[in-house]
Design a protein around this ligand. Structure first.
Ligand code: GLA
Length: 379
């Protein structure tokens, strides 16, 4: 990818005396802690070896020109009057520039090319990766230092207010600050992040159901509203502040639907903290059981799974090499994540593809993922 963007830069903009800068910002998979980020709770994602890359050079004009090698499209805009593009990848670039200005960052112009290998729309956060790559491009050109939590907030603001997608902070945080060989325990209230080692002897395998649901945005917003209703009932800022015991005590006074939604969030936060212990102990079987419990909770209490996600998770856990599996990301389609005995991952992928294929008639994609660093400038 590095060569691809460097070569693309010369082809698109010609040769130059000025040395290019190369930036990489990864996609992510969340191991556990789903629908907890917007409840000020805990998440445990890892940055993956699929990323968005930008090669760029500073320009003298206060403007951005960026060419996407994947879409073969070029976008240009002036930094003093940023307007919306056409709802494409270019809007993420403009949205981040706008959000950086809102946060008071001085911006300087550059020209660059963009390419990536994060599958788009699969739930592996290609948009957060693009946002963090663009933010780091601006940081590199203007010379300010990289503050992962602030940059994650910038990306989230671009997503919420410029693009109009109501997401939490997880995807941007992990793309901004991942650690190789580790997942990151992120406290979505304080934005403190602690690297937790992945258990040796286990591989993380992403299973893409090859389904996408149009309803995901409205369902997502509805879940957020239900969580807020539960928090209001308890008189707290967010469900993060409700303990399992408190929730149980209130169970017969709470609306039944609100109760099961809250039960997912409250129990999921506990599972994330326990998952960290399992990882510190280097115990993939323990971690796998937590993944299975998370899936059951997302399917039954939070109701954000789908028949295809359930089918792929069932196909996964039926394999002897599988320690555990669950849907990952917002749900209603997209990907599951499985923890698999290392060495068995390729055969596991084939077996799941065959089993899922015969159950649904769909052809899944399988990605054996390595955990990588977050956004970085490469020399
Ligand atoms: C999407 C959002 C995240 C998070 C997950 C669910 O990926 O972008 O912020 O809320 O859903 O855990």
């Amino acid at each position: 990818m590095r060569e691809r963007v460097l070569e693309g830069l010369t082809r698109t903009f010609g040769r130059s005396e000025r040395p290019p800068t190369v930036i990489r910002a990864p996609g992510r998979v969340n191991l556990i802690g789903e629908h907890t980020d917007y409840n000020d709770g805990y998440v445990l994602p890892m940055a993956i070896d699929r990323a968005i890359w930008i090669a760029l050079r500073p320009s003298s004009a206060p403007a951005i020109t960026i060419h996407s090698l994947d879409f073969d499209q070029t976008d240009s805009f002036a930094l003093d009057a940023i307007e919306h593009a056409t709802g494409s990848w270019a809007d993420y670039v403009r949205g981040v520039a706008w959000a950086l200005q809102q946060h008071g960052y001085p911006l300087a112009g550059w020209e660059g090319v963009l390419a990536g290998d994060v599958p788009v729309g699969a739930g592996l956060s290609s948009s957060a990766a693009l946002e963090m790559a663009v933010a780091l491009a601006f940081a590199a050109v203007a010379g300010w230092s990289w503050d992962p939590a602030r940059m994650a907030r910038v990306g989230q603001q671009a997503e919420n207010q410029w693009i109009g997608v109501n997401c939490g902070i997880m995807d941007q945080m992990i793309s901004a600050s991942g650690t190789q060989g580790h997942a990151l325990l992120i406290d979505c209230r304080s934005l403190e992040a602690v690297a937790v080692p992945l258990p040796a002897g286990a591989s993380v395998v992403v299973l893409d159901t090859a389904t996408r649901r149009g309803l995901v945005d409205s369902e997502y917003n509805q879940r957020r509203a239900q969580c807020q209703a539960a928090a209001r009932f308890f008189g707290v800022t967010a469900l993060r502040d409700v303990s399992p015991a408190q929730l149980e005590k209130a169970s017969d006074r709470l609306d039944e639907l609100i109760y099961v939604r809250a039960r997912h969030v409250v129990s999921e936060n506990q599972r994330v903290l326990e998952a960290c212990k399992a990882m510190q102990a280097g115990d993939p079987a323990w971690l796998g059981r937590l993944l299975n419990a998370s899936h059951a909770s997302l399917r039954d209490d939070f109701q954000v799974s789908s028949p295809e996600l359930d089918a792929i998770v069932e196909s996964a856990v039926a394999q002897p090499a599988c320690c555990g599996a669950r849907m990952t990301g917002a749900g209603f389609g997209g990907c599951a994540v499985a923890l698999v005995r290392a060495g068995d991952a390729p055969a596991f992928g084939d077996a799941v593809a065959a089993s899922y294929g015969s159950r649904t008639g769909l052809t899944p994609r399988v990605y054996v993922c390595q955990s990588t660093a977050g956004a970085q400038v490469l020399t």
